[in-house]
Design a protein around this ligand. Structure first.
Ligand code: PMP
Length: 423
């Protein structure tokens, strides 16, 4: 028996149990390729599994733990608020404060509707854009993720894009026009053909889910202009980029303002909550009831307390510079270790969200990402996890406010060992 397998005894036993009552042993198919260890607790940048092994976390729960795990001020705010009840089926002060906090933080939006998951808030955005314009079609982009529902989930299989899942109603994808991203001419052409039919353009304003790619200079500006000229609603899906690339998300970082934007993840210190924010003239359609948006758990006490506390912390103790420094040093460190071990490790993106792969060229869209050797990276990710670096198997790394010099030092030491053993 090897040291590693002896140490994973309790995780393995839990996996056996899980497989009996949880399909695939997981609660989200996104976790299929992920680590097998069962986590017992997490704090700051660290997680510990049931076998006592520790991990420095660069997955951050797929992004939400931007302040680090279990930030005390957020936990205290949630606990305090919970003692007065969890859910009222009526309005309360905390939801007013949370909406005010979001509008003040992102700057350009007038109003907010809360949801529970990013997937839901994307649906609300699409319905609102269609309701406001009376049009149906939506332009979207290859490799951008907007949730797991029938009308947005896409996969590239057998040389073409289509439904990703059995049971998905393929016709629900018919109202989308799929374009390569970072190509403004493609958007202009599509609008020239379909401008009277297009309600919205939706995009990750920095592509992150399938590989971290920044918008090319001028791209977002040109798409903004095309939307304005054609009466098309521009939706930034900031579920990953929001509150992470800057307090005001990608809109602030790249200086381009959408009409609607969706948020989640980094917004609430790990709490499950999402938001759709936008201009009053659009959002008021929810207020008049012309466009329906509902949800039992929208604006729950816990979610609102967590949102307000998180945004409060992001404003009072902005972590952005420290994250930038840590991420920049880590990106450089990974490149150096790749060179040291004779591996063509490629690192691209921004310090708070970057992508590690094998290759030499910077990707500018999903087509270039697809040419990367993803299977090889998956094997490397498994080796990194074995050495106590918790990362996504698909290459994206997130840095939190809790990653400091000690974590950086340990991370590079562990990566060095992992690369040495892996070859
Ligand atoms: N949009 C984007 C850009 C996302 O990154 C995600 C989640 N990765 C979603 C939507 C869906 O959010 P959720 O998983 O909370 O439903």
């Amino acid at each position: 028996m090897t040291h590693q397998s002896r140490r994973a005894l309790r995780s393995n036993a839990l996996r056996e149990r899980a497989l009996r009552h949880a399909p695939g042993g997981v609660q989200s198919n996104v976790r299929f390729g992920g680590p097998r260890a069962y986590i017992e607790r997490a704090k700051g940048a660290w997680m510990w599994d049931v076998d006592g092994k520790d991990y420095i976390d660069y997955l951050l729960g797929q992004g939400p733990n931007f302040l680090g795990h279990a930030p005390d001020p957020v936990l205290e705010a949630v606990e305090r608020a919970c003692r007065g009840g969890l859910l009222y089926g009526g309005q309360h002060l905390l939801e007013v404060e949370a909406a005010e906090a979001i509008c003040a933080a992102i700057g350009w939006a007038d109003m907010v509707r809360f949801g529970v998951s990013g997937t839901e808030s994307v649906q609300a955005a699409l319905r609102l854009a269609r309701g406001a314009t009376g049009r149906t079609k939506v332009i979207r982009f290859e490799g951008h993720y907007h949730g797991w529902l029938d009308n947005v989930l896409l996969a590239y299989k057998g040389g073409r894009w289509g439904p990703a899942s059995d049971g998905q109603v393929a016709s629900h994808l018919d109202d989308f026009i799929l374009l390569p991203w970072n190509d403004a001419d493609a958007v202009a052409e599509a609008l020239a053909q379909h401008s009277d039919e297009v309600a919205a353009i939706i995009m990750e304003p920095m592509m992150i889910n399938a590989g971290t790619i920044e918008p090319l200079p001028g791209y977002l500006e040109r798409v903004r202009e095309l939307c304005t000229d054609n009466g098309v609603v521009l939706i930034f899906d900031e579920v990953i980029s929001g509150f992470r690339l800057a307090l005001g998300g990608a809109a602030e970082r790249f200086g381009v303002t959408p009409d609607l934007a969706t948020y989640g993840k980094a917004m609430a210190g790990g709490w499950p909550v999402s938001a759709l924010a936008g201009r009053a003239d659009l959002m008021e359609r929810f207020g008049t009831g012309q466009v329906n948006h509902s949800g039992t758990f929208n604006g729950s006490v816990m979610a609102m307390a967590a949102t307000t506390a998180t945004i409060g912390l992001l404003r009072s103790e902005p972590p952005y510079q420290a994250i930038d420094e840590h991420g920049t040093a880590l990106m450089a460190g990974i490149r150096d270790l790749g060179a040291k071990h004779g591996l063509d490790l490629h690192v691209q993106g921004l310090p708070m969200a970057f992508h590690v792969s094998f290759g030499t060229e910077d990707a500018t869209d999903y087509r270039t990402i697809r040419r990367l050797d993803l299977a090889r990276y998956e094997k490397l990710a498994a080796a990194l996890i074995q050495h106590g670096i918790w990362v996504a198997s698909r290459g994206v790394w997130y840095v939190s406010a809790a990653h400091g010099p000690k974590e950086l030092d340990q991370t590079l030491t562990r990566i060095d060992r992992a690369l040495k053993d892996w070859r």
